[in-house]
Design a binder for this molecule. Structure first.
Ligand code: DHB
Ligand code: FE
Length: 279
């Protein structure tokens, strides 16, 4: 049977792509951020997952305001990255796993999640950069990938409680798949940040740290909040932490936190990262 081996959550900021392209990992501005990743890279090298389910929010590359699904799952053999206008290098295509994608889609729909299935899907910085951070030696990571998109761009957004249930449904879909596969779940977004409006630059370290603690000690803690409350606490784009919550909910059984990092700021964003192992 397929097994979920662990989860990794990380922030995504386009400027990370530029820092990687310019080899700035040891630069004083970037070092505290990049130093968070080697322990996770080592864990991945030991565990060697076959598939990564990447839970992220598209920022207007694949979906735009005219058509914006609440939940979307990729079902392609390959996913292409494309220029979003940030001036960062475009990465080569990512390999998909169409069979496991259709298992996810079939199982999620049977589980009452009305998702959009995408047989063509462009993946943006929120998908590509975490993979580049986790497998820095590879432009295209050495495993198959499945994009899972959650709308955090145009209201109404799915609630934290709904995202938690989606994560649990993802776990049911994977663990009922008969193929012998090791699956890692990657959540990309957050933590607190606001890119626009009067509170542009807003960061809430106290809330971020409480949220990170909750993912280990009481994973459902954030489901008490409405999205408007999450925006108040973490900024308009801080609501991307829903990707972390969904990822944590997708980890079945006993879950152990192996590593974390938190650094303020990277660009406008509180950059966090956590590694969880399923025992
Ligand atoms: C930034 C953060 C994001 O989450 C994003 O998608 C784009 C930009 C930033 O802080 O620059
Ligand atoms: Fe973002």
């Amino acid at each position: 049977m397929a097994k979920i081996v662990g989860g990794i959550t990380t922030s995504h900021v386009p400027a990370i792509g530029r820092a990687i392209a310019q080899n700035l990992q040891q630069d004083p501005y970037w070092k505290p951020f990049f130093d968070g990743f080697p322990p996770v890279q080592k864990w991945l090298d030991e565990v060697k997952p076959d598939v990564a389910i990447v839970i992220y929010n598209d920022h207007g590359l694949n979906f735009f305001l005219d058509k914006l699904p609440t939940f979307a799952v990729g079902a392609a053999a390959q996913y292409h990255n494309a220029d979003e206008g940030w001036g960062i290098p475009t990465l080569p295509p990512f390999t998909g796993d169409a069979a496991l994608s259709w298992q996810l889609i079939n199982s999620l729909v049977a589980d009452e999640f009305d998702i959009t299935s995408c047989q063509e899907m462009l993946v943006d910085h929120a998908f590509s950069l975490p993979l580049k951070l986790l497998w820095p030696e590879h432009d295209s990571p050495p495993l198959r990938t499945i994009p899972v998109c959650i709308n955090t761009v145009q209201y109404p957004l799915p609630s934290a409680a709904r995202c938690y249930k989606l994560g649990e449904a993802i776990a049911r879909a994977v663990t009922s798949w008969p193929e012998e596969l090791k699956v890692v779940v990657i959540g990309s977004g957050g933590l607190s940040h606001q890119l626009d409006g009067e509170r542009a630059g807003f960061i809430n370290k106290a809330f971020d740290l409480q949220f990170m603690d909750s993912l280990t000690a009481a994973p459902k803690w954030a489901t008490q909040y409405r999205n408007e409350e999450l925006v108040e606490q973490t900024g308009t784009q801080g609501v991307e932490l829903l990707m972390w919550l969904t990822t944590r909910a997708a980890l079945p059984g006993e879950v152990v936190e192996l590593h974390r990092n938190y650094h303020i700021p990277i660009s406008n964003t509180a950059a966090g990262m956590m590694l969880f192992e399923c025992r």
